[in-house]
Design a protein around this ligand. Sequence first.
Ligand code: FAD
Length: 392
Amino acid sequence: MELDHHVVVLGAGYTGMFAAIRLARRTRRTGVRITLVNPSARFTERLRLHQVAAGQELAHLRIADLVAGTGIAFVRGRATAIDPDGRTVTIDDGTRLDYDTLVYALGSATDTSRVPGADVHAFTLNSPQVAVRFHDRLDGLAAGDTVTVCGGGLTGVEAATEVAEARPDLNVTLISATEPGAMMGDRARAHLHGSLRRLGVAVVVGRVTEVLADAVELETGERVASAACLWTTGVAVSPLARESGIAVDDRGLIVVDATLRSVSHPEVHAIGDAAAVRLGWGRVHGTCQSGLPTAQHTADTIARLLRGKQARPFRFGYFHQPVSLGRRDAVIQFTHADDTPRRAYLKGRAAVLYKEFVSGSPVKMYRLGKRVNVSTIVSKGGRATREPAAAR
Ligand SMILES: Cc1cc2nc3c(=O)[nH]c(=O)nc-3n(C[C@H](O)[C@H](O)[C@H](O)COP(=O)(O)OP(=O)(O)OC[C@H]3O[C@@H](n4cnc5c(N)ncnc54)[C@H](O)[C@@H]3O)c2cc1C
Protein backbone atom coordinates (compact mmCIF):
# COMPACT_ATOMS: atom_id res chain seq x y z
CA MET A 1 0.00 0.00 0.00
CA GLU A 2 1.58 3.31 -1.08
CA LEU A 3 -0.21 6.31 0.47
CA ASP A 4 0.27 9.96 -0.36
CA HIS A 5 -0.47 11.35 3.09
CA HIS A 6 1.37 13.92 5.22
CA VAL A 7 0.98 14.02 9.00
CA VAL A 8 2.36 17.08 10.80
CA VAL A 9 2.89 16.74 14.55
CA LEU A 10 3.18 20.08 16.36
CA GLY A 11 5.23 19.87 19.55
CA ALA A 12 7.91 17.30 20.39
CA GLY A 13 7.21 17.08 24.09
CA TYR A 14 6.21 13.87 25.83
CA THR A 15 3.09 13.28 23.76
CA GLY A 16 4.06 14.65 20.33
CA MET A 17 7.25 12.59 20.38
CA PHE A 18 5.43 9.40 21.31
CA ALA A 19 2.65 9.94 18.76
CA ALA A 20 5.16 10.56 15.95
CA ILE A 21 7.34 7.52 16.76
CA ARG A 22 4.41 5.17 17.23
CA LEU A 23 2.73 6.38 14.05
CA ALA A 24 5.98 5.97 12.09
CA ARG A 25 6.19 2.38 13.29
CA ARG A 26 2.51 1.70 12.54
CA THR A 27 2.69 3.15 9.01
CA ARG A 28 6.18 2.03 7.97
CA ARG A 29 6.56 1.15 4.30
CA THR A 30 3.19 2.77 3.44
CA GLY A 31 4.59 6.03 2.08
CA VAL A 32 3.01 8.13 4.88
CA ARG A 33 5.22 11.14 5.63
CA ILE A 34 5.52 12.46 9.19
CA THR A 35 6.96 15.86 10.10
CA LEU A 36 7.62 16.77 13.74
CA VAL A 37 7.89 20.48 14.62
CA ASN A 38 9.43 21.84 17.82
CA PRO A 39 11.13 25.14 18.75
CA SER A 40 14.16 23.57 20.45
CA ALA A 41 16.41 20.86 19.06
CA ARG A 42 16.61 19.33 22.51
CA PHE A 43 13.92 17.11 24.05
CA THR A 44 12.78 18.59 27.36
CA GLU A 45 12.18 16.12 30.17
CA ARG A 46 9.59 18.31 31.86
CA LEU A 47 9.08 15.70 34.57
CA ARG A 48 12.59 16.47 35.78
CA LEU A 49 12.67 20.28 35.63
CA HIS A 50 12.49 20.59 39.44
CA GLN A 51 15.76 18.65 39.49
CA VAL A 52 17.28 21.26 37.14
CA ALA A 53 16.02 24.01 39.47
CA ALA A 54 17.95 22.34 42.28
CA GLY A 55 21.15 22.27 40.23
CA GLN A 56 21.14 18.80 38.67
CA GLU A 57 22.19 18.29 35.07
CA LEU A 58 19.96 16.21 32.85
CA ALA A 59 20.95 14.01 29.94
CA HIS A 60 21.26 16.00 26.71
CA LEU A 61 18.61 14.39 24.50
CA ARG A 62 18.50 15.60 20.89
CA ILE A 63 15.16 15.21 19.12
CA ALA A 64 16.94 14.32 15.86
CA ASP A 65 18.68 11.41 17.65
CA LEU A 66 15.46 10.20 19.27
CA VAL A 67 13.69 9.98 15.90
CA ALA A 68 16.71 8.80 13.86
CA GLY A 69 15.91 5.78 11.69
CA THR A 70 12.13 6.29 11.80
CA GLY A 71 11.81 8.38 8.63
CA ILE A 72 10.28 11.24 10.67
CA ALA A 73 11.40 14.64 9.38
CA PHE A 74 12.26 16.99 12.25
CA VAL A 75 11.71 20.70 11.63
CA ARG A 76 13.12 23.05 14.23
CA GLY A 77 10.73 25.98 14.57
CA ARG A 78 7.68 27.40 16.33
CA ALA A 79 4.28 27.11 14.69
CA THR A 80 2.83 30.62 14.46
CA ALA A 81 -0.38 30.01 12.51
CA ILE A 82 -2.64 27.19 11.40
CA ASP A 83 -5.07 27.47 8.50
CA PRO A 84 -7.34 24.52 9.25
CA ASP A 85 -9.43 25.01 6.09
CA GLY A 86 -6.41 25.28 3.78
CA ARG A 87 -4.62 22.62 5.92
CA THR A 88 -1.34 24.49 6.32
CA VAL A 89 0.86 25.39 9.26
CA THR A 90 3.17 28.39 9.22
CA ILE A 91 6.47 28.17 11.06
CA ASP A 92 8.24 31.21 12.56
CA ASP A 93 10.86 31.28 9.77
CA GLY A 94 8.04 31.72 7.23
CA THR A 95 8.01 28.08 6.04
CA ARG A 96 4.57 26.67 5.26
CA LEU A 97 3.81 23.01 5.80
CA ASP A 98 0.81 21.44 4.07
CA TYR A 99 -0.82 18.60 5.97
CA ASP A 100 -3.50 16.00 5.51
CA THR A 101 -3.62 15.21 9.22
CA LEU A 102 -2.46 17.46 12.07
CA VAL A 103 -1.54 16.28 15.56
CA TYR A 104 -1.67 19.21 18.00
CA ALA A 105 0.59 18.53 20.99
CA LEU A 106 1.69 21.96 22.21
CA GLY A 107 1.40 21.14 25.91
CA SER A 108 0.93 23.82 28.56
CA ALA A 109 2.98 26.17 30.72
CA THR A 110 2.70 27.66 34.20
CA ASP A 111 0.59 30.81 34.05
CA THR A 112 2.21 33.80 35.75
CA SER A 113 -0.34 36.30 34.44
CA ARG A 114 -3.02 35.90 37.10
CA VAL A 115 -1.20 37.30 40.14
CA PRO A 116 0.48 40.72 39.91
CA GLY A 117 4.26 40.61 39.98
CA ALA A 118 4.54 36.87 39.30
CA ASP A 119 5.55 37.46 35.66
CA VAL A 120 8.26 39.92 36.75
CA HIS A 121 9.65 38.55 40.02
CA ALA A 122 8.93 34.82 39.99
CA PHE A 123 10.74 32.03 38.19
CA THR A 124 8.93 29.02 36.70
CA LEU A 125 9.71 25.48 35.57
CA ASN A 126 8.52 26.26 32.04
CA SER A 127 11.80 25.44 30.34
CA PRO A 128 15.27 24.15 31.25
CA GLN A 129 16.65 27.64 30.61
CA VAL A 130 14.33 29.28 33.17
CA ALA A 131 14.96 26.47 35.66
CA VAL A 132 18.71 27.05 35.29
CA ARG A 133 18.21 30.80 35.86
CA PHE A 134 16.35 30.00 39.08
CA HIS A 135 19.22 27.80 40.17
CA ASP A 136 21.70 30.58 39.35
CA ARG A 137 19.69 32.86 41.62
CA LEU A 138 19.86 30.25 44.40
CA ASP A 139 23.62 30.12 43.92
CA GLY A 140 23.79 33.82 44.74
CA LEU A 141 21.81 33.49 48.00
CA ALA A 142 23.37 33.45 51.46
CA ALA A 143 22.65 30.97 54.25
CA GLY A 144 19.40 31.85 55.99
CA ASP A 145 17.80 33.52 52.96
CA THR A 146 14.22 32.49 52.23
CA VAL A 147 13.11 30.85 49.01
CA THR A 148 9.36 30.71 48.39
CA VAL A 149 7.71 28.05 46.25
CA CYS A 150 4.15 29.12 45.36
CA GLY A 151 1.71 26.30 44.66
CA GLY A 152 1.25 23.22 46.84
CA GLY A 153 0.36 20.88 43.99
CA LEU A 154 2.63 17.96 43.24
CA THR A 155 5.06 20.10 41.19
CA GLY A 156 5.38 22.62 44.03
CA VAL A 157 6.00 19.87 46.59
CA GLU A 158 8.61 18.23 44.34
CA ALA A 159 10.38 21.56 43.77
CA ALA A 160 10.35 22.63 47.44
CA THR A 161 11.75 19.31 48.68
CA GLU A 162 14.36 19.16 45.91
CA VAL A 163 15.64 22.67 46.71
CA ALA A 164 15.56 22.08 50.48
CA GLU A 165 17.57 18.89 50.11
CA ALA A 166 20.14 20.52 47.81
CA ARG A 167 20.44 23.72 49.89
CA PRO A 168 19.79 22.90 53.57
CA ASP A 169 21.28 26.31 54.48
CA LEU A 170 18.30 28.14 52.90
CA ASN A 171 14.82 28.56 54.39
CA VAL A 172 12.37 27.06 51.94
CA THR A 173 8.72 28.08 52.35
CA LEU A 174 5.97 26.31 50.42
CA ILE A 175 2.91 28.55 50.01
CA SER A 176 -0.30 26.86 49.02
CA ALA A 177 -3.96 27.87 48.81
CA THR A 178 -4.89 24.44 50.18
CA GLU A 179 -2.98 21.91 52.26
CA PRO A 180 -0.13 20.42 50.17
CA GLY A 181 -0.92 16.87 49.10
CA ALA A 182 -4.65 17.46 49.63
CA MET A 183 -5.45 15.10 46.76
CA MET A 184 -3.72 12.16 48.48
CA GLY A 185 -5.01 9.68 51.05
CA ASP A 186 -4.29 10.22 54.77
CA ARG A 187 -1.25 7.96 55.02
CA ALA A 188 0.51 9.15 51.86
CA ARG A 189 -0.21 12.76 52.83
CA ALA A 190 1.19 12.15 56.33
CA HIS A 191 4.37 10.79 54.77
CA LEU A 192 4.61 13.80 52.46
CA HIS A 193 4.27 16.22 55.42
CA GLY A 194 6.80 14.23 57.43
CA SER A 195 9.29 14.68 54.58
CA LEU A 196 8.58 18.41 54.36
CA ARG A 197 9.29 18.70 58.11
CA ARG A 198 12.43 16.53 57.89
CA LEU A 199 13.79 18.74 55.12
CA GLY A 200 12.87 21.90 57.04
CA VAL A 201 10.31 23.14 54.49
CA ALA A 202 7.91 25.59 56.16
CA VAL A 203 4.32 25.35 54.90
CA VAL A 204 2.08 28.42 54.72
CA VAL A 205 -1.54 27.86 53.73
CA GLY A 206 -2.85 31.02 52.09
CA ARG A 207 -3.58 32.65 48.76
CA VAL A 208 -0.84 34.77 47.18
CA THR A 209 -2.11 38.16 45.95
CA GLU A 210 1.16 39.72 44.82
CA VAL A 211 4.78 38.79 44.19
CA LEU A 212 7.24 41.57 45.07
CA ALA A 213 10.99 41.77 44.48
CA ASP A 214 11.77 40.65 48.04
CA ALA A 215 8.51 39.21 49.38
CA VAL A 216 5.29 37.41 48.60
CA GLU A 217 2.07 39.02 49.83
CA LEU A 218 -0.89 36.92 50.98
CA GLU A 219 -4.57 37.86 50.93
CA THR A 220 -4.43 38.32 54.73
CA GLY A 221 -1.95 41.15 54.10
CA GLU A 222 0.86 39.08 55.62
CA ARG A 223 4.20 39.26 53.77
CA VAL A 224 6.57 36.31 53.49
CA ALA A 225 10.19 37.32 52.83
CA SER A 226 11.37 35.92 49.51
CA ALA A 227 14.89 36.23 48.11
CA ALA A 228 13.80 33.98 45.22
CA CYS A 229 10.30 32.91 44.24
CA LEU A 230 9.37 29.84 42.19
CA TRP A 231 5.84 29.90 40.72
CA THR A 232 4.30 26.47 40.07
CA THR A 233 0.56 27.06 40.17
CA GLY A 234 -2.00 27.55 37.38
CA VAL A 235 -1.54 26.54 33.75
CA ALA A 236 -2.06 28.24 30.41
CA VAL A 237 -2.02 26.82 26.91
CA SER A 238 -0.86 28.28 23.60
CA PRO A 239 -3.43 30.63 21.97
CA LEU A 240 -2.63 29.06 18.56
CA ALA A 241 -5.70 26.81 18.31
CA ARG A 242 -8.09 29.58 19.36
CA GLU A 243 -6.47 32.09 16.99
CA SER A 244 -6.72 29.56 14.15
CA GLY A 245 -10.46 29.05 14.53
CA ILE A 246 -10.24 25.52 15.92
CA ALA A 247 -12.95 24.94 18.56
CA VAL A 248 -11.50 25.38 22.06
CA ASP A 249 -12.96 25.46 25.57
CA ASP A 250 -12.80 28.42 27.95
CA ARG A 251 -9.17 27.53 28.80
CA GLY A 252 -8.07 27.38 25.15
CA LEU A 253 -7.80 23.58 25.05
CA ILE A 254 -8.97 21.91 21.84
CA VAL A 255 -12.41 20.36 22.28
CA VAL A 256 -12.24 16.78 21.04
CA ASP A 257 -14.75 14.03 20.38
CA ALA A 258 -14.57 10.56 21.94
CA THR A 259 -11.78 9.59 19.51
CA LEU A 260 -9.65 12.71 20.35
CA ARG A 261 -10.37 14.49 17.05
CA SER A 262 -11.27 18.19 17.02
CA VAL A 263 -15.04 18.67 17.00
CA SER A 264 -14.66 21.53 14.49
CA HIS A 265 -11.90 20.03 12.29
CA PRO A 266 -11.78 16.21 12.46
CA GLU A 267 -8.44 16.01 10.61
CA VAL A 268 -6.93 17.76 13.67
CA HIS A 269 -6.15 15.38 16.54
CA ALA A 270 -5.36 16.96 19.93
CA ILE A 271 -3.34 15.19 22.63
CA GLY A 272 -1.67 15.80 25.98
CA ASP A 273 -2.12 18.97 28.02
CA ALA A 274 -3.53 20.87 25.00
CA ALA A 275 -6.60 18.63 24.60
CA ALA A 276 -9.87 18.98 26.53
CA VAL A 277 -10.69 15.33 27.14
CA ARG A 278 -13.86 14.26 28.96
CA LEU A 279 -14.50 10.69 29.97
CA GLY A 280 -17.33 8.93 31.76
CA TRP A 281 -15.83 9.70 35.18
CA GLY A 282 -15.03 13.38 34.47
CA ARG A 283 -12.39 15.68 32.98
CA VAL A 284 -8.84 14.50 32.30
CA HIS A 285 -6.30 16.91 33.80
CA GLY A 286 -2.92 17.46 32.18
CA THR A 287 -0.33 14.90 33.19
CA CYS A 288 2.17 12.74 31.40
CA GLN A 289 0.28 9.78 32.81
CA SER A 290 -2.83 10.69 30.83
CA GLY A 291 -0.98 12.38 27.94
CA LEU A 292 1.00 9.36 26.76
CA PRO A 293 -2.14 7.22 26.36
CA THR A 294 -3.73 10.05 24.31
CA ALA A 295 -0.64 9.99 22.06
CA GLN A 296 -0.78 6.21 21.74
CA HIS A 297 -4.48 6.29 20.97
CA THR A 298 -4.06 9.02 18.35
CA ALA A 299 -1.20 7.25 16.54
CA ASP A 300 -3.36 4.11 16.43
CA THR A 301 -6.42 6.10 15.30
CA ILE A 302 -4.55 7.72 12.41
CA ALA A 303 -3.14 4.35 11.35
CA ARG A 304 -6.65 2.82 11.49
CA LEU A 305 -8.20 5.65 9.47
CA LEU A 306 -5.49 5.30 6.83
CA ARG A 307 -6.39 1.62 6.54
CA GLY A 308 -10.03 2.61 6.02
CA LYS A 309 -11.14 1.48 9.48
CA GLN A 310 -13.28 3.32 12.05
CA ALA A 311 -11.69 5.33 14.86
CA ARG A 312 -12.28 3.90 18.33
CA PRO A 313 -13.23 5.87 21.46
CA PHE A 314 -10.44 6.75 23.91
CA ARG A 315 -10.56 5.16 27.35
CA PHE A 316 -8.35 5.99 30.28
CA GLY A 317 -8.25 5.97 34.07
CA TYR A 318 -5.61 7.35 36.42
CA PHE A 319 -3.75 4.83 38.55
CA HIS A 320 -1.13 6.73 40.55
CA GLN A 321 0.21 10.06 41.83
CA PRO A 322 4.01 9.67 41.95
CA VAL A 323 5.79 12.40 43.93
CA SER A 324 9.52 12.77 44.52
CA LEU A 325 10.54 14.26 47.87
CA GLY A 326 14.15 15.08 47.09
CA ARG A 327 16.46 12.39 45.67
CA ARG A 328 16.24 10.05 48.65
CA ASP A 329 12.51 9.88 49.34
CA ALA A 330 9.24 9.75 47.43
CA VAL A 331 5.61 8.81 47.89
CA ILE A 332 3.30 7.10 45.42
CA GLN A 333 -0.43 7.32 45.99
CA PHE A 334 -2.36 4.71 44.00
CA THR A 335 -5.67 6.00 42.73
CA HIS A 336 -9.07 5.21 41.32
CA ALA A 337 -9.76 6.01 37.67
CA ASP A 338 -10.82 9.57 38.53
CA ASP A 339 -7.58 10.21 40.46
CA THR A 340 -9.15 9.91 43.92
CA PRO A 341 -6.91 7.96 46.32
CA ARG A 342 -7.10 4.23 46.98
CA ARG A 343 -5.81 2.80 50.26
CA ALA A 344 -2.55 1.58 48.71
CA TYR A 345 0.53 3.77 48.65
CA LEU A 346 4.32 3.41 48.55
CA LYS A 347 6.93 5.40 50.44
CA GLY A 348 10.69 5.51 50.98
CA ARG A 349 13.16 3.52 48.88
CA ALA A 350 10.54 1.53 46.94
CA ALA A 351 8.80 4.79 46.04
CA VAL A 352 12.10 6.38 44.94
CA LEU A 353 12.71 3.48 42.53
CA TYR A 354 9.11 3.59 41.30
CA LYS A 355 9.27 7.34 40.68
CA GLU A 356 12.56 7.06 38.81
CA PHE A 357 11.06 4.32 36.65
CA VAL A 358 8.10 6.61 35.85
CA SER A 359 10.33 9.60 35.02
CA GLY A 360 12.72 7.60 32.85
CA SER A 361 10.22 5.43 31.01
CA PRO A 362 9.05 7.87 28.26
CA VAL A 363 12.53 8.16 26.74
CA LYS A 364 13.03 4.39 27.01
CA MET A 365 9.67 3.93 25.26
CA TYR A 366 10.71 6.23 22.40
CA ARG A 367 13.92 4.26 21.85
CA LEU A 368 12.21 0.89 22.00
CA GLY A 369 9.18 2.16 20.05
CA LYS A 370 11.31 2.63 16.95
CA ARG A 371 11.77 -1.14 16.70
CA VAL A 372 8.60 -2.64 18.19
CA ASN A 373 5.04 -1.53 18.92
CA VAL A 374 5.60 -0.47 22.52
CA SER A 375 2.57 0.58 24.54
CA THR A 376 2.35 2.82 27.57
CA ILE A 377 0.74 1.31 30.67
CA VAL A 378 -2.89 2.22 30.23
CA SER A 379 -5.58 1.80 32.81
CA LYS A 380 -8.81 1.80 30.83
CA GLY A 381 -10.69 3.50 33.64
CA GLY A 382 -12.57 1.47 36.16
CA ARG A 383 -15.26 2.58 38.56
CA ALA A 384 -14.90 6.20 39.64
CA THR A 385 -15.63 7.27 43.20
CA ARG A 386 -16.64 10.88 42.68
CA GLU A 387 -20.04 12.05 41.54
CA PRO A 388 -20.85 11.28 37.89
CA ALA A 389 -19.45 13.67 35.28
CA ALA A 390 -22.89 15.06 34.52
CA ALA A 391 -23.18 16.38 38.07
CA ARG A 392 -20.07 18.56 37.73
C1 FAD B 1 8.31 19.80 37.30
C2 FAD B 1 7.18 19.00 36.70
C3 FAD B 1 6.96 17.70 37.15
C4 FAD B 1 5.94 16.93 36.60
N1 FAD B 1 5.76 15.66 37.07
C5 FAD B 1 4.81 14.88 36.52
C6 FAD B 1 4.66 13.52 36.95
O1 FAD B 1 5.36 13.04 37.86
N2 FAD B 1 3.72 12.76 36.33
C7 FAD B 1 2.93 13.26 35.33
O2 FAD B 1 2.11 12.50 34.81
N3 FAD B 1 3.05 14.53 34.90
C8 FAD B 1 3.96 15.36 35.47
N4 FAD B 1 4.10 16.66 35.03
C9 FAD B 1 3.22 17.15 33.93
C10 FAD B 1 3.78 16.74 32.57
O3 FAD B 1 5.09 17.20 32.42
C11 FAD B 1 2.91 17.28 31.44
O4 FAD B 1 1.57 16.87 31.68
C12 FAD B 1 3.40 16.74 30.09
O5 FAD B 1 4.67 17.28 29.82
C13 FAD B 1 2.42 17.07 28.97
O6 FAD B 1 2.94 16.57 27.76
P1 FAD B 1 2.66 17.36 26.40
O7 FAD B 1 3.32 16.60 25.31
O8 FAD B 1 1.21 17.67 26.31
O9 FAD B 1 3.39 18.78 26.60
P2 FAD B 1 4.95 19.09 26.74
O10 FAD B 1 5.70 17.93 27.26
O11 FAD B 1 5.03 20.37 27.49
O12 FAD B 1 5.40 19.34 25.23
C14 FAD B 1 4.91 20.40 24.46
C15 FAD B 1 5.94 20.69 23.37
O13 FAD B 1 5.38 21.60 22.43
C16 FAD B 1 6.37 22.57 22.10
N5 FAD B 1 5.71 23.77 21.60
C17 FAD B 1 5.07 24.74 22.31
N6 FAD B 1 4.59 25.68 21.48
C18 FAD B 1 4.93 25.31 20.23
C19 FAD B 1 4.70 25.87 18.93
N7 FAD B 1 4.01 27.00 18.78
N8 FAD B 1 5.17 25.21 17.86
C20 FAD B 1 5.84 24.04 17.99
N9 FAD B 1 6.08 23.46 19.20
C21 FAD B 1 5.65 24.09 20.29
C22 FAD B 1 7.11 22.77 23.42
O14 FAD B 1 8.35 23.39 23.21
C23 FAD B 1 7.21 21.33 23.92
O15 FAD B 1 8.35 20.71 23.41
C24 FAD B 1 5.10 17.47 35.57
C25 FAD B 1 5.32 18.79 35.12
C26 FAD B 1 6.34 19.55 35.68
C27 FAD B 1 6.55 20.96 35.16
